[in-house]
Structure formats: structure tokens, C-alpha cells
Design a protein around this ligand. Sequence first.
Ligand code: BDR
Ligand code: CA
Length: 315
Amino acid sequence: MIKKKIILDCDPGHDDAVAIMLAVASNEIDLLGITCVGGNATLENTKLNALKICSLLKRQDIPIYAGSDKPLIYDLVTAEHVHGKSGLDTDGDPIHLEPNHQIEEMSAIDFIIKECNGSDEPIYLCPTGPLTNIALSLQKDPSIKDNIKEIVLMGGAAMCLGNITPAAEFNIYVDPHAANVVFNSGIEITMMGLDVTHKVNVNDEIINSIKSNNNKASIFFADLMKFYSRFHRDLYKSNESPLHDPCVIAYLINNKIFKGKKVHVQVEEDSNLTRGETVVDWLGVKKLKSNCNVITEADSEAFFKMLKKELAKLN
Ligand code: BDR
Ligand code: CA
């Protein structure tokens, strides 16, 4: 079986942490490296969190790179209100785990460029944070496009409300200029936005079921989800919390779990009111060429069955 070569570009982040675990566990995926960006927390924190997660998994062999600490134009906005001060708090504290390895010296941007240019097979870029690192890589070396098979990203809200403003989803809101560089790149894009991630909800029953795998990674998952659920329970007045970022990896493992439509997407960059809105021409009224496969449906049962099985394989 040929594994999909991926680079996971993330801002861990509780749900990013689950995406990392799923990518590490899956036999379908060859995780070339993890690149970090400022987003849910500062870059200092997101890279430390990535190191901690890989230490916990005993996968210090996976290289981790630091990218941009701020969006292309705007100042960084973080999501402490969801992920806590460290970006990966559990029970109100940063996780107690000292990483025993280091971030790579090469920058995330140069790593992305090197892998895309050097690989004999096309690469999947998997951003689960603001799109800054991906945009900077495309700007620095536009020729990498030829060796990117697809960008499967978590971000946007096609036909539902935003989660950081009424109009925008967090990742796209933080760096809307980078998002447009990506959407206008001509590369095949799949967008896992809030439309679909709100159909992949974690609740106590699922948390306990995965915890019963009883390995470190599954217990870590349960700790993470306990903290992560607080914000969502409060905001959505429901026990169900959308598990956004792992949808990207699940799509690469088995895209039959998801359904979407190829449409044209553009991002609002500068409006005070609607900055970061993904303007999705669902009906094709503008008759523009589609640039994105917007996913709106998911088989949540199949997703969590896969997640439980994959996390059981880890440390
Ligand atoms: C996205 O924002 C972050 O808080 C999550 O990690 C996810 O990538 C959801 O809007
Ligand atoms: Ca994220």
C-alpha cells in the first residue's frame, strides 16, 4: 500500500493534538514532519506543545519545525478562551510533560519547500491552523505547486455562523490574506470548515469510550477533551463539541466518510465586520471556476470508530 505523504501544519491546540495523534497512528499516512504556526497560542507555545505531544507518543523521530509567529498583515489573535493560556491546557493548567527533544533548525517554510521540491511523489499539505506558513511557502517558491497533490485544510464556514465572529471561523479570521493566497493558488483544495466539523461532535460517551482503550494516548485524548469541551458546552449550550482538526486527517485516511461539493471560495480580507468570511458560491451564481471542494457532510459514527481504533495503536 502506498502511504500518503503529508506535512501537518498546525497550532496545537487540543484538536490539533488529536489530528497529530491520528496522523501518527494511521498506516495510510506518512507524516513527513510537523510545522507550527502562531494561532491558538503564540508560536513559542504551539511548537512546545507539538514537542510535548510527540514526546508523549514516544515519537521524537518526527521532525518539528517552527514557522511564522504572526499573520501576513494583521497582528496575531490567539484562542486562549478555548485552549487556555498554553494553547493546550488540561484542567486549567498547561500539560505537565517535559519534551526531551528539540525543534529543528530549518524554518517551517524552508522545510515545506524542500519536501515539495525533493519528493518523487506529490505531497499533501494539511493545515489545521491559520494559513500563514502555507502562503509564505507558496510566495517564496511558487514552483512547489507542481508537487502538491492537494491541500486539505481545516477552516472556514460556508453556510453556517462563524466561531470567532458571526461571519468568520478562527483559522481564516486570523490570517485572511494568507487564506486568499491559498484559495487563489490553483492547487486542489479541500475545505473542512465548520459546516462539517459541527457534524463530528465529541461528547462524554465518546470520550469515555476512547479512554477505555487505556493506553497513554487515549487517556491524554480524554484529558484534552475534558478541558476543550468546557468552552463549547458554554457557547453552544450542548454537550456536543465539534472536533475540528482531526477531520483533515480522517479525510485523507478515508474520504468516503465525507461529502462535499466543488465550488468557488473567496475570503473577505479587510472588512471590520466580516474579516475572514469564506464567501462560498454554493449555487454557482457567479459562474466562476471552482477552486475548492467544500465538505459539508460527515458520517460521525464511522469517524469516531476510526479514531478509537487508531488511537489504540499508540503509546
Ligand atoms: C479551529 O480553530 C482552532 O481553535 C482549532 O484548533 C481549529 O483549528 C476551529 O475554528
Ligand atoms: Ca487548529
